[in-house]
Design a protein around this ligand. Structure first.
Ligand SMILES: Cc1cc2nc3c(=O)[nH]c(=O)nc-3n(C[C@H](O)[C@H](O)[C@H](O)COP(=O)(O)OP(=O)(O)OC[C@H]3O[C@@H](n4cnc5c(N)ncnc54)[C@H](O)[C@@H]3O)c2cc1C
Ligand SMILES: Cc1cc2nc3c(=O)[nH]c(=O)nc-3n(C[C@H](O)[C@H](O)[C@H](O)COP(=O)(O)O)c2cc1C
Length: 560
């Protein structure tokens, strides 16, 4: 019952104590034991082990799942908490209880970190008859395929024979309360399987929802010089009371160009002032088409619905509404109203915030490149980048702040390495401003690149000033088209490999922002090479070194 060493200490204490002291010790120990029993009741649950997994892009699902993990652990359940990118998919058949928190990205797709899991369950006919599970799906009702990834996963697990603990719960951007209630229900469900009465208090925070700000343009200037192939705008918005942190993004719902709306209305012969009810609110046709409905580059599913309305064979391709109506006209106004009903809402676009509130109170800055592409040999521009870059001074802009807890500065004493070519520079302008304004003493190393030094060095003067001030410790630039062979940021990383690795070894945090493909993949290859060469590792060890950095939150990417 008690180890000999402890017992002999106790005997010594008893022998040395007076009768009065012994009575006091006796009472003291009795009180101590009963207080402990009240403070730590033994949880009684048949559900001893449970796995909580999350699929996240910008950290919301991770935050929720981590909170769940903590609550469940407090209740005595043994919890395995893991990101779906780290989860061993082959363990799925062995799981008994599984809670999934998963967001939706792209056009109804799972986040990149959940793709492996998503594909695994969809391409394998597993038998999951022992599994009891529940899915909490995160999404945004502004998107047409609301919580689609969560829906898919929930349905597929059911198809594979698993038993739902609770029906799928879908959360909008104000997910705090819904997720807490959901966990409460899960706990009740788990207890009803065990028969134990478990009382868990779930602190309820007031939900804030998606806060929409109306800002006004202060500055909208093209940062590219003459002769550049690009048009990248530095946009400053004033917005009283705006709250964000470096690493967050701004969500903007663009408006359709008025010329295009006029063309659509003229083609159908509909009066733009005529009222139409959409999602329980009344709009004029003009306002509906300008601010609410996506009429550019319709997804195939909408084209298919359009074909049914106009009763024509239309190949399943993406197309603008105007072109579609020119080739396959609607018969009359009534048919046009049916078409309006099937259109998706305009989806928000995200832009990395390029400023720090510590440097620009009540302002938010952006770095936006005009998205240009060709359709049938004609140059066209993307909807939102065109809308924003054309806004005049004082024009109002509605936006919201999209928090990204997966792309955040470390404590001020830590070194950081920022790799951000093109518009990837945006969040790093915010990082540098923040660190400069707060007097952070960690070192800051920036890798930047674009096509030409002369015309494409975004924020050149600011960067040089920061270098002189010491707010930037080091800057390495790569201008790909200033010489015969292409030089990109990854080549600069390789060139400075030894120093780069030394920074990592001394605890530096690594950030990558900008184009997902090929930039972030090429950069990752360069990182592996640097770790292999200067860390004297084989490729497998180098990969696990990088994975370890990721797990420690020291390798963060915001790529698009
Ligand atoms: C987290 C995050 C941060 C971001 N940060 C920034 C940033 O700081 N700066 C920045 O500039 N961008 C940023 N982006 C990208 C930005 O959100 C938009 O994706 C980008 O501006 C393009 O949007 P758009 O509305 O201009 O183009 P869209 O209209 O959405 O078009 C996008 C693409 O669709 C195709 N397309 C569209 N219409 C047609 C058509 N009619 N026919 C054929 N093809 C068509 C084209 O390939 C086109 O390039 C970020 C994205 C994310 C997810
Ligand atoms: C580029 C992008 C695309 C998105 N697409 C969808 C979508 O198709 N459907 C949806 O419901 N939500 C969509 N969302 C909203 C996210 O699911 C929502 O912001 C969620 O809270 C993110 O959770 P996470 O941080 O765990 O990834 C999208 C968000 C972004 C940034």
């Amino acid at each position: 019952m008690i180890a000999e060493t402890k017992f002999s200490k106790l005997r010594e204490l008893i022998e040395d104590s007076s009768e009065k002291e012994l009575i006091w010790i006796n009472g003291y120990l009795t009180g101590l034991v009963s207080a402990k029993a009240i403070a730590e009741p033994t949880p009684q649950s048949l559900v001893q082990k449970l796995t909580v997994v999350f699929g996240t892009d910008t950290g919301n699902s991770k935050r929720i799942a981590t909170g769940f993990g903590q609550q469940l652990k407090k209740s005595g359940t043994q919890v395995k908490l893991q990101g779906l990118d780290q989860y061993r998919v082959t363990d799925l058949v062995k799981e008994e209880y599984l809670l999934l928190v998963i967001s939706t990205h792209g056009d109804g797709e799972p986040p990149a970190a959940a793709k492996k899991f998503y594909e695994y369950i969809h391409s394998n006919s597993l038998s999951l008859t022992n599994l009891k599970y529940a899915v909490l799906a995160l999404g945004d009702t502004a998107y047409p395929l609301f919580c689609k990834a969560g829906e898919d996963v929930d349905l597929r697990l059911k198809e594979l024979g698993a038993t739902q603990l609770l029906p799928l719960e879908k959360c909008d951007t104000d997910f705090e309360d819904t997720s807490k209630t959901w966990l409460g229900n899960i706990l009740k469900t788990l207890d009803s399987t065990s028969g134990a009465a478990r009382v868990i208090s779930i602190p309820s925070k007031k939900t804030r929802g998606k806060k929409i700000y109306t800002g006004a343009i202060i500055t909208n200037t093209n940062l590219n010089g003459r002769g550049s192939a690009k048009q990248t705008h530095h946009i400053e918005l004033s917005a009283n009371g705006v709250e964000y942190e470096p690493g967050d993004s701004l969500g903007v719902v663009p408006q359709n160009p008025s010329g295009l709306i006029e063309a659509v209305l003229t083609t159908v012969g509909v009066n733009g002032n005529k009222k139409f009810s959409y999602r329980n609110e009344e709009y004029s046709f003009y306002d509906l088409l300008r601010k609410k409905l996506n009429i550019t580059y319709l997804p195939e599913r909408v084209v298919t619905k359009y074909a049914k309305i106009v009763q024509q064979e239309i190949p399943s391709i993406r197309m603008d509404l105007f072109n579609l109506m020119k080739i396959y006209p609607v018969k009359d106004e009534a048919q046009f109203e049916e078409v309006v009903d099937i259109l998706d809402p305009i989806t928000p676009r995200l832009y990395s915030i390029a400023s720090s509130l510590k440097a620009h109170e009540n302002e938010v800055h952006l770095t936006i490149v005009k998205n240009c592409f060709y359709v049938n040999g004609e140059i066209r521009s993307g909807l939102c980048s065109d809308y924003l870059t054309n806004l005049q001074t004082e024009a109002p802009v509605e936006f919201y702040v999209h928090k990204n807890s997966e792309f955040k500065l470390p404590s001020s004493d830590k070194d950081i390495i920022m790799i951000g070519p093109g518009t990837g520079i945006a969040p790093f302008r915010a990082f540098i401003e923040e660190r400069n304004a707060s007097g952070a003493n960690g070192r800051n190393w920036l890798f930047y690149g674009d096509q030409h030094f002369e015309s494409d060095f975004l924020y050149q003067t600011e960067i040089q000033n920061y270098l002189q001030l010491g707010a930037l410790t080091q800057v390495d630039v790569a201008f790909s088209r200033d010489q015969a062979e292409k030089i990109y940021v990854q080549h600069k990383i390789l060139k400075k490999g030894k120093e780069f690795f030394n920074w990592l070894e001394s605890g530096a945090h690594l950030y990558v922002c900008g184009a997902k493909s090929p930039m972030s993949d090429d950069v990752e290859q360069a990182l592996i090479q640097v770790i292999e060469k200067f860390g004297e590792k084989n490729s497998e060890q180098a990969q696990s070194y990088l994975n370890q950095l990721k797990e420690e939150g020291r390798y963060q990417k915001d790529v698009y």
